[in-house]
Structures are given as structure tokens and as C-alpha cells.
Design a protein around this ligand. Structure first.
Ligand code: RBF
Length: 338
């Protein structure tokens, strides 16, 4: 009897604790780490959230005994804090991972009540709380690259007006203080006469309203538009297509969405960031309490210029100008934002 027990214990140790990449260590595997992925909104139509989940899940799958659960917070932002509070109160998660500029403030409220709850937050910034780590992207760089290609294309189209558009889902500090001015500065690097027509949808899902705003902008002289509007961005795309205008995409490669209409993609490699930072946590190396910022030079912010649809839609001369700009940012010749 005793021998049998020892054998069972040994087997459990071997299969439950030794590393294995299958992610399926068998029914005997002990659950060692539980990660809750909080989505501030819904996954569908928001690639940043899809990338977040993919990256965390990939890191979890590489480690036996790590479980990752997705919890969607929905579009009612007033409910997010109580949702995160419930997650912390449940004690179910060793780590809560999320992505949104408003999450650091929410996590710090929750942390005051549940100081043992750890947070890994992307796309936001807060330092000094020993339970919270944040990683923010240099979105001035991202928006500058978007504004630069938008202005190059608008100017080459030569419809008289030096005007481009930005359709935002809502106003928030990263939008008003970083993305909008960065976009404008990138356009003005092409021609100081450029102005930005800035309009706000009011939510992250209303594609019809997105289309309406885009139409108004196009009639107002903006021939290239950047949507930063989640699901509402598809309306901007449709309107631009119908009106013969162009679109620059944000966060992910958007060329495939409407080939010929999408003339730029200024992206965040959030899947990589989520994977790397989760891995760091699982290895006990995540520096809680600190706030890190990454950009083009670190490989987390980029401009997709090798896509066949980009090459087909934008002339070689303009692509070369854009590539030169991206290289200046990468090499540190041009320092943007913070
Ligand atoms: N981006 C999305 O793609 N989908 C969303 O539902 C979404 N909700 C947001 C809610 C708040 C309160 C804030 C501040 C930002 C939100 N973002 C959302 C924007 C996102 O954090 C990021 O700024 C943009 O995707 C540009 O990279």
C-alpha cells in the first residue's frame, strides 16, 4: 500500500510539476497559476484586446499548470471597476492582465482594498504601486507615422486642401494629448499647412455614426482619414471606399480590410508585449511597481511597409519617404513624444 502511494506521488510529481509544452499535462496536473484577462470592452472589433488575449494565452500554454481565463467587461465603462473588484475579491486570480489607459486608476482603487492582487497592465501608465506593473507604448510615434503617410497620400492626391481626418471613438487623455497632436505633427512634417479635422463617435461600436462622420469630413476636404474607434472604424472604411477617399489603419495591419483604400498601417505589437510580459511574470521577473514605455526602437510600435496591398496602393516615391521617416525614428535621429 505504501509503495503504491509513493508511486502515485512520484507520478504526480513527474507529470504535474515537470515542465512540458503540451499544455495538457493530464488530469493529475496541479493548477499552479491562474491568470484573469480583463477585457475593458468586448474582444470583437478591438484588435488590441484580441492581441492581448492571444499573447497571454500563448505564454500560458507554454507552461504546465498555468490557466488563463478571459472576462469581458462590456462597453459600460462605469461597470469596469466593480467587475475588476469582483475578480480581485474572488481570490481566483494570481494575476489580472488588462489593456487600457483607464485601467491603472481602476487597478489602484482595487489594490487599496486587495493589496495582494497583482496586475499586469498594457496601454496604460502608473508607477509606484508594488502590486501593479504597466507597459505603455509610445503612441506619439505611432500617430506621427500615421499622420505622415496620411499627409503624403493626401498631398499627392492634390485636391487643393491640406486636410486629413481623425475619427475617434471618444476623447481621453492619450487621444487628446498624444494621438491627435502626434498625428497632426506627422502631417505637418510633410507640409506645415496641414490641419486635422477631428470628430468623435461617442462609443466604440457605432459603425453607422463612424460612416456619417467620415462622409462629413470627406465633404469638408479631408481625403485621408484615421479611425481610432474600435468597431466604429469599419463605418469609416466603408464611407471612404464609397467616396473615393483613403484610410490609415491603427493598431493592426489593416491593408487586407479594403485593399486600395487602406494606405497605411501604424501598429502596436501588443501580442508580443502581452506574451513577453506574461512570460516575465511566470518567471518571477516582472518588476511590479514600475512603469515601462516602449516604442519603434524596441520593436513594439511599427509601420507595416512590406504588405503587397500597401505596395500596390502607394507609389514608390511616397513609400520611400515614409520608410526614411520610420528609419529616423528607429535610429533615434528623430525623437518623438515620451
Ligand atoms: N480601443 C478599442 O479598440 N476598443 C475599445 O473598446 C476601447 N475602449 C477604450 C475605452 C477607454 C476608456 C479608453 C481610454 C480607451 C479605449 N480604447 C479602446 C482605446 C485604446 O486604449 C487605444 O487608445 C486605441 O486602440 C489606440 O491604440
Amino acid at each position: 500500500m505504501k509503495k503504491v502511494l509513493i508511486l502515485i506521488t512520484l507520478t504526480a510529481l513527474l507529470f504535474g510539476c515537470k515542465s512540458g509544452n503540451s499544455g495538457g499535462a493530464g488530469a493529475g496536473a496541479a493548477k499552479t497559476v491562474s491568470i484573469g484577462i480583463f477585457i475593458p470592452g468586448v474582444m470583437s472589433g478591438s484588435p488590441l484586446y484580441e492581441m492581448l488575449a492571444l499573447g497571454v494565452q500563448r505564454a500560458a500554454a507554454e507552461n504546465t499548470g498555468v490557466e488563463a481565463t478571459i472576462i469581458e467587461g462590456g462597453y459600460n465603462q462605469a461597470e469596469w471597476e466593480s467587475r475588476v473588484t469582483s475578480m480581485a475579491a474572488s481570490g481566483d486570480y494570481d494575476l489580472i492582465v488588462s489593456s487600457n489607459p483607464s485601467l491603472p486608476a481602476i487597478a489602484s482603487e482595487v489594490s487599496a482594498k486587495f493589496p495582494k492582487q497583482y496586475f499586469l497592465l498594457l496601454d496604460g501608465e502608473l508607477s509606484g504601486n508594488p502590486s501593479i506593473y504597466t507597459l505603455r507604448y509610445n503612441q506619439w510615434e505611432q500617430a506621427y507615422m500615421a499622420g505622415h503617410i496620411a499627409a503624403l497620400v493626401a498631398k499627392a492626391a492634390g485636391q487643393g486642401q491640406a486636410r486629413i481626418g481623425l475619427v475617434a471613438a471618444q476623447e481621453y487623455p492619450a487621444m487628446n494629448d498624444i494621438i491627435l497632436p502626434g498625428y497632426r505633427e506627422g502631417a505637418q512634417a510633410v507640409d506645415p499647412a496641414f490641419t486635422v479635422d477631428f470628430r468623435v463617435v461617442g462609443n466604440w461600436f457605432d459603425a453607422e455614426r463612424g460612416a456619417q462622420l467620415a462622409e462629413e469630413m470627406i465633404h469638408n476636404g479631408a481625403s485621408v482619414i484615421l479611425p481610432v474607434a474600435g468597431g466604429a472604424g469599419t463605418g469609416v472604411l466603408q464611407a471612404a471606399f464609397e467616396e473615393g477617399a483613403k484610410v490609415v489603419w491603427f493598431d493592426i495591419n489593416g491593408y487586407d480590410l479594403l485593399p486600395g483604400t487602406v494606405v497605411g498601417s501604424a501598429v502596436l505589437h501588443q501580442n508580443e508585449a502581452a506574451y513577453e510580459q506574461t512570460k516575465r511574470y511566470l518567471e518571477g521577473r516582472l518588476p511590479f511597481g514600475s512603469a515601462e514605455i516602449v516604442g519603434v526602437a524596441d520593436g513594439y510600435v511599427g509601420f507595416i511597409d512590406d504588405d503587397p496591398h500597401y505596395i500596390a496602393a502607394v507609389s514608390g516615391e511616397l513609400r520611400e519617404k515614409q520608410a526614411r521617416l520610420v528609419e529616423q525614428i528607429r535610429s533615434g535621429v528623430l525623437v518623438l513624444g515620451k
